[in-house]
Design a protein around this ligand. Sequence first.
Ligand code: SF4
Length: 114
Amino acid sequence: MTDKPCVTCKWLEKSKILVNPDGQVIPCCYLANTLYLNSIKPEQGRNWNINPTLIKYKENKKRYNLNNHTLEEILTSDWFNIDLPESWESYETIPSACAVWCDERQNIQESNET
Ligand code: SF4
């Protein structure tokens, strides 16, 4: 594997975002699924317990909820525009869902190995 991921955010590319019925705004279904699992049982979706970018989202979850802020405020927030994209710059910081679903280098590597 090369030392730097090459992420194409599939949802961002399609200008899509996920909004839960409770108003929570999440970048995509991949992260939403693991966040939900982690919220009901911390042993599930464990990347939310250890990845600094995901922890930052979790700790400030209310900021990304439509009951507290507008969609524009949420989508222009630092987390969506700086923290998450910067996390894609290294295999040390990339959320595991982003690596699994949207890292082209990792996918190329895996297809070469099979
Ligand atoms: S897993 Fe990460 S990179 Fe892929 S669509 Fe979701 S937020 Fe974007």
